[in-house]
Design a protein around this ligand. Structure first.
Ligand code: HEM
Ligand SMILES: *[C@@H]1O[C@H](CO)[C@@H](O)[C@H](O)[C@H]1NC(C)=O
Ligand SMILES: *[C@@H]1O[C@H](CO)[C@@H](O)[C@H](O)[C@H]1NC(C)=O
Ligand SMILES: *[C@@H]1O[C@H](CO)[C@@H](O)[C@H](O)[C@H]1NC(C)=O
Ligand SMILES: *[C@@H]1O[C@H](CO)[C@@H](O)[C@H](O)[C@H]1NC(C)=O
Ligand SMILES: *[C@@H]1O[C@H](CO)[C@@H](O)[C@H](O)[C@H]1NC(C)=O
Length: 535
């Protein structure tokens, strides 16, 4: 009997998986996936602002960022070969060599990458952000919610070609999708889901689409259906009713009517089902798009599907100032709006054993994403004026937080929210010369007595030659007799960047090796110019 109950239990937890905070990778992925900073490029869903050649762009372009993001995810994935598990969604579309291939014609990839790549970082790969771009385009623009996992790994070189082209025969398309891991019926579904957005451009396919000379469609995009910036089943209803203007169905040259061949390849059974039921179409697309973005090469292990944390501390920052710590940060409360905003108090424990420290937190801001499907409010640690931080006795510090949200205690089931207060920046860090263009400076790191790190280093996020994010480590020197004094509970390690302008303008987090374990100890990013001028 027990054997029967276990899987049920697991499937329950799998569908409501909220991980335990803190987890640097999941914290970053959770914010990107649920707060969706990317969705600002999709407000409204016909937003389009890519203008490499000075051509008319904007909302009358006939194009949309949403369509470009979805096509980019598919073309990155479509190189997958299920037989040797190579290719797939691995960000290889960022390489100029891939974008130059005939199978990847058009500037939609450059548009997509220019917007979304800046949101990738050490925890969220370019491939993750490409997957997320497609998810957010569907969710924001009328489509179903799509399950998202993180953990994709960016390729270091272009993949073998393999994206289908419209002039290929049906058999070759079936074989191509088979290689990508999809059956013929799934191919029909995936093409219909994708082609619910966007269209074919004259510039890319002049033989399929003429110059439209339409001031409302300046880039001459012949749309796949009459609602090209929204997800709906019109791609199927218009096809079934024979009213479709889809240029890959009713194009004058049958050779390039690939949607016609694909949609009709099972006697229209799949497309009729989509036309008859918007719900069936949406749920099929949710399943197929999730599989599409989870198609990754061998060796890549994706994370669990994670739900938003109900209560999430963010941006924790500690700075040693004399014998005090200035503690700042924020806490995000999910499923709340400005109007339904709760009262939030921070309760914390410290190194003296006290558990009664508490502060009422001021409201900071409210956010929403996915067309208001998700909403949250953010509270700031500290008081609204004059200081946005909580002042702690340096020796007492802080070890663990709990929150009272409308008097209900939120503490991750008793675990609390642990805070590392042993290695962080000291306010004695400083710059010399011009604030905008410093000529020198010093990074001072406060290390709590007893922490005993064998190594302290600054972490700088950089992109390698292939565009992947990596971490450069810069060693910080142990205290000398001349190290600035602060709290007796701390000693100061220092790094002097000399006149290295790249270090003087960069932001750093702090890492350390303690008891043989190497990890980030302070994840707020700080630059030398965020401190005062050196005395
Ligand atoms: C046999 C398979 C497919 C063929 C032959 C095909 C062909 C095409 C062509 C010729 C275009 C016009 C591109 C341009 O003018 O720049 C296009 C656009 C598009 N395709 Fe596909 N496609 C296929 C499958 C898919 C799939 C599976 C998806 C996504 C799930 C997808 C998503 C899109 C989107 C969103 C656009 C619009 C891009 C825009 O408006 O900028 N396609 N496709
Ligand atoms: C139709 O398209 C194919 C492939 O692009 C091309 O080779 C052929 O010449 C075209 N036929 C006509 C009549 O334009
Ligand atoms: C599928 O439906 C379209 C539109 O009604 C029709 O033109 C086409 O002949 C049908 N194809 C098949 C294979 O039944
Ligand atoms: C937010 O609300 C939705 C809809 O009521 C619910 O399914 C979800 O579990 C809530 N999430 C959190 C973190 O409270
Ligand atoms: C909050 O702090 C005050 C002292 O500032 C203390 O008297 C009170 O007991 C604390 N409340 C809780 C719930 O710990
Ligand atoms: C930076 O310092 C080095 C010596 O540490 C010196 O050789 C170099 O000229 C300096 N560069 C600038 C731009 O001041």
């Amino acid at each position: 009997m027990a054997k029967h109950h276990l899987p049920l239990l697991f499937s329950f937890f799998a569908s409501t998986y909220a991980y335990t905070w803190p987890s640097p990778q999941l914290d970053a992925l959770e914010g990107a996936r649920w707060e969706q900073p990317l969705h600002f490029f999709l407000r409204p869903c016909n937003a389009f602002d890519f203008d490499p050649n000075g051509a008319a762009a904007g909302r009358a372009s006939g194009r949309s960022n949403a369509a470009d993001w979805i096509r980019t995810a598919y073309h990155d994935m479509a190189t997958f070969n299920k037989n040797d598990k190579t290719g797939g969604l691995d960000g290889s579309i960022r390489f100029a060599e891939e974008q130059a291939r005939a199978e990847n014609i058009g500037d939609g990839f450059a548009n997509t990458l220019s917007k979304i790549v800046p949101f990738s970082n050490r925890y969220v790969s370019v491939a993750d952000i490409i997957a997320l771009g497609a998810v957010i385009a569907f969710e924001t623009c009328g489509g179903p919610e799509i399950t998202f996992r993180g953990g994709r790994v960016d390729a270091t070189e272009p993949n073998t070609a393999g994206v289908p082209k419209p002039d290929q025969e049906l058999d070759s398309h079936i074989a191509s999708f088979e290689k990508q891991g999809f059956t013929k019926e799934e191919m029909i579904g995936l093409v219909a889901c994708g082609h619910s957005f966007g269209g074919v451009q004259h510039a890319s396919f002049p033989d399929i689409v003429p110059e439209l000379n339409d001031p409302e469609n300046t880039q001459s995009s012949a749309h796949f259906d009459t609602t090209p910036v929204n997800f709906d089943n019109k791609i199927a209803t218009e096809y079934m009713s024979g009213t479709t203007l889809n240029p890959l169905v009713v194009g004058h040259n049958d050779t390039t009517n690939s949607d016609k061949r694909i949609f009709g390849s099972d006697g229209n059974v799949t497309m009729r089902g989509f036309a008859d039921s918007p719900e069936a179409f949406a749920s099929t697309c949710a399943t197929l798009i999730a599989r599409m973005i989870d198609t990754v090469p061998a060796g890549v292990k994706l994370t669990e599907v994670f739900t938003p944390l109900p209560v999430k501390p963010t941006s924790l920052d500690l700075i040693l100032v004399g014998d005090k710590i200035q503690f700042s940060g924020q806490v995000r409360i999910w499923n709340a709006t400005r109007n339904t905003s709760p009262q939030v108090r921070l309760l914390w424990a410290d190194h003296t054993g006290s558990k009664t420290n508490n502060a009422t937190l001021p409201f900071n801001n409210a956010g929403d994403s996915s067309n208001e499907r998700n909403s949250w409010v953010v509270f700031k640690f500290g008081t609204n004026s004059p200081f946005q931080f909580i002042t702690l006795d340096a020796a007492a510090g802080i070890t663990n937080m709990r929150f009272a949200v409308n008097d209900k205690i939120e503490d991750q089931g008793g675990l609390g929210f642990p805070v590392l207060d042993d290695i962080f920046f000291s306010s004695t860090s400083c710059y010399t010369g011009d604030h905008e263009n410093p000529s020198g400076g010093r990074f001072d790191i406060a290390v709590r007595n007893g922490a005993n790190p064998t190594r302290v280093y600054l972490e700088k996020e950089i992109r390698d030659a292939t565009g992947r994010t990596t971490i450069q480590e810069i060693d910080v020197s142990p205290p000398t007799t001349s190290s600035p004094s602060g709290s007796p509970a701390f000693s100061i390690w220092s790094y002097n960047p000399g006149n290295d302008t790249s270090d003087l303008s960069a932001v750093f987090t702090i890492g350390a090796e303690v008891n043989g374990v190497k990890a980030t100890r302070s994840s707020i990013q700080r630059a030398v110019t965020q401190f005062t001028a050196c005395a």
